[in-house]
Design a binder for this molecule. Structure first.
Ligand code: NAD
Ligand code: ZN
Length: 366
């Protein structure tokens, strides 16, 4: 069992990482918050796999929680879904001391977090992330959001949960693509912050196929949470150092959006994006050729999915720029000086993006 404490100002909370702990969730909550009432918000897949175990554990500890289930997938991260949840919460008679338990991947975490942060002007939220991406990334840091047809995450809040409760054993049932997607973010932390983490994950591919070394998994997940917590604590509102968490995301977002959302998982696109941005780092002379090769071979070793077949250079560039335009940013990108550190935010040119894309498509063919 591991604990990571997060303290961004006046809203300290802990992240608990404990293998095989889901059945003890009810007791965990009782110890910290007493008997609670509230609503579990989850999706159909997670509910089918683990909903019974969570409900039993809540009931055994004497909590009084209803359940609201959304369809799996990004479409559920919508204002319409949020509105339906608000109305259900009213009918369930939730009040200001009731809890929202966000039980699922990043979609449920963002949606339920958003709903919890706005319902009755904000009620307590506990995150119980069940995908690798959610356990190492989206459940930590307090960003919540829903999407608009015009773009992802355009409406949201900064809202810290009361606690984050992680059971890595549930990762066993993830699709391989969702495992890779989470690994994209895990490797990102290694590359921008911690070479030892990068090497550990790199040499340990089997762990993310059979998930049988629970101590090792707890160690890797808690290290990622620690890194994210450290970075967001310094910069809760995303104005400065937090931007280094976007390593791989300038080109990655271009690939993800250019291919059409849903074609490629977010973290998979980020894996490709990190290769592209490492390549730009090396071309500018920040990163050694040797380190670039090490990064490329490591990331390709995690069975990178093929690049989207009909994604053209023009389309990629269009989406790279679109993503930035909404935020009134130039094409900023995070560049690396070495594996494990000195990540720096720099403006990159369109021609660097397209040259990196040429490099990626060649790699993809080779
Ligand atoms: N708030 C943040 O800081 C932040 C950071 C990164 C990503 N995000 C958001 O996270 C979302 C992506 O999250 P995601 O990748 O977890 O996607 P997701 O929530 O859609 O989960 C992926 C799939 O896995 C299923 N699933 C979840 N847990 C499972 C389990 N234990 N076993 C089997 N199947 C399981 C889900 O039902 C879903 O079909 C995006 O909307 C993204 O914008 C938010
Ligand atoms: Zn990401």
């Amino acid at each position: 069992m591991k604990t990571v404490d997060v303290d961004p100002g006046n809203t300290a909370y802990s992240i608990l990482i404990d293998a095989d702990s889901l059945s003890g969730f009810g007791e965990f909550v009782k110890e910290r918050f007493g008997k609670i009432d509230g609503a579990v918000i989850t999706d159909e897949t997670v509910d089918r796999l683990y909903g019974g175990e969570l409900a039993d554990s809540l009931e055994a500890a004497g909590h009084d929680c209803g359940k609201l289930v959304v369809e799996p997938g990004e479409e559920s991260k919508s204002p319409e879904a949020a509105k339906n949840l608000y109305r259900d919460l009213v009918h369930m008679e939730l009040h200001r001391d009731s809890f929202i338990l966000a039980f699922g991947g990043g979609v449920v975490g963002d949606l339920a977090g958003f709903v919890g942060s706005t319902f009755l002007r904000g009620i307590p939220v506990i995150q119980i992330p069940t995908t690798l991406l959610a356990q190492v990334d989206s459940s930590v840091g307090g960003k919540t959001a829903v999407d608009l047809p015009e773009g992802k995450n355009l409406v949201g809040t900064f809202y810290q949960p009361e606690a984050v409760f992680i059971d890595p054993v549930v990762l066993e049932t993830l699709d391989p693509a969702d495992v890779r997607s989470g690994l994209g973010e895990v490797l990102k932390y290694g590359l921008i912050w911690d070479e030892e983490l990068f090497q550990k994950v790199n040499g340990n591919g089997d762990l993310f196929e059979d998930f049988n070394d629970q101590a090792e998994l707890e160690g890797i997940i808690s290290r990622c949470c620690e890194i994210k917590a450290e970075i967001v604590t310094e910069d809760e509102r995303d104005r400065g150092i937090r931007q280094i968490l976007n390593f791989g995301h300038t080109i990655g977002h271009g690939i993800e959006a250019g291919a059409g959302y849903g074609e490629m998982k977010h973290g998979e696109a980020v894996l490709w994006g990190m290769i592209g941005e490492s390549w730009i780092s090396a071309r500018r002379g920040y990163l050694s050729q040797e380190s670039l090769e090490e990064i490329v071979s490591a990331l390709r070793g995690f069975a990178l999915p093929p690049l989207p077949a009909d994604l053209s250079e023009e389309r990629l560039l269009k989406y790279v720029k679109l993503d930035k335009k909404v935020r009134r940013e130039r094409i900023n990108s995070v560049l690396l000086e070495r594996i494990g550190g000195e990540a720096i935010v720099k403006e990159i040119s369109e021609s660097e993006v397209t040259a990196a894309w040429d490099y990626l498509t060649e790699l993809g063919e080779g």
